[in-house]
Design a binder for this molecule. Structure first.
Ligand SMILES: NC(=O)c1ccc[n+]([C@@H]2O[C@H](COP(=O)([O-])OP(=O)(O)OC[C@H]3O[C@@H](n4cnc5c(N)ncnc54)[C@H](O)[C@@H]3O)[C@@H](O)[C@H]2O)c1
Length: 259
């Protein structure tokens, strides 16, 4: 698919980190971009800076997502690209014994469900809406659309405490080929990126020595990933029409240790 000013794109989680880097990379090619994000203050600010449209959106809600797509299409027209970056997780052991009191605590089920609803269901909710919109339009150079999802290295090598996050991201990897098959007769491609550890605001909250230690775990390059390296992979997945139904690790060859 050609990446130029005739194209409209939606980026969820586009106010920050990997999503924001993707917004910038698409805008640099002239693409009309809509940022779907929960964070109104930052979303509006970065939309103004990048020339994107901000649509406040909670990927946990059908109504909110439907409204955001309607708003984006009103301004930019039908999107032919969806990039799903909205997500996040928690770190809670499956069951643990309190060192001082000996009390045994379990991973609260509602917190497990929340991570699945945010990452897996939130991604799928946006995919269904985007796919339906793309299907209503005519193909351009045979293609109707491209969808790129964000999983994580945790999908396959989750660390201690990441049971919910691993499950949620593994589900995104798992559904990628299936959704690509579902949408294949409509000429819509679906791919997923499995990032290792990237230097985003989510990571900026961690102490520098922790970031250095994480960077040193990466075989090569021995550092955290730059968000623009993620965006570059998104653009290749849009551009290269033979990549479909695939999950690509983007991680400097890191394989996460238990902790
Ligand atoms: N940074 C990393 O090292 C890393 C590694 C692997 C995977 N990931 C994944 O990449 C994606 C982006 O991560 P990031 O590091 O850029 O994080 P980030 O916190 O910088 O950005 C995430 C954005 O998603 C938005 N968001 C959160 N919940 C939302 C909701 N319910 N509806 C709409 N928007 C919502 C936030 O407001 C934020 O702007 C996430 O899915 C994350 O799990 C990140």
């Amino acid at each position: 698919m050609n990446i130029d000013s005739t194209l409209a794109a939606v980026v969820t989680g586009g106010a920050s980190g990997l999503g924001l880097a993707t917004v910038k990379a698409l805008r640099a090619q002239g693409v009309k971009v809509a940022i779907f994000d929960l964070n109104k203050d930052i979303g509006e600010k970065v939309a103004e800076e990048t020339g994107a449209v901000f649509c406040q959106c909670d990927v946990l809600s059908d109504e909110s997502v439907d409204n955001a797509f309607a708003q984006a299409r009103e301004v930019n027209g039908q999107e032919r690209v969806l990039v799903c970056c909205a997500g996040g997780g928690n770190a809670i052991p499956t069951a643990r014994r309190d060192k001082k009191t000996g009390e045994i605590k379990i991973f609260p089920t509602d917190q497990f469900e929340w991570v699945l609803r945010l990452n897996t269901v939130g991604t799928f909710r946006c995919i269904t809406r985007a796919a339906a919109g793309m299907m209503a339009g005519e193909p351009v150079d045979e293609e109707r659309g491209v969808i790129v999802n964000t999983a994580s290295a945790a999908a396959t090598d989750g660390q201690m405490g990441q049971a919910a996050y691993s499950a949620a991201k593994a589900a995104i990897v798992g559904m990628t080929l299936t959704i690509a098959r579902d949408l294949s007769r409509e000429n819509i491609r679906v791919n997923t990126i499995q990032p290792g550890i990237f230097d985003t605001p989510a990571m900026a909250r961690a102490p520098q020595e922790m970031k250095d230690a994480l960077g040193a775990m990466v075989p090569y390059p021995r550092r955290l990933g730059h968000p623009d390296e993620f965006a570059s992979m998104v653009l290749e997945m849009i551009r290269n029409c033979y990549i479909n139904g695939e999950t690509v690790r983007l991680d400097g060859a890191i394989r996460m240790q238990p902790r």
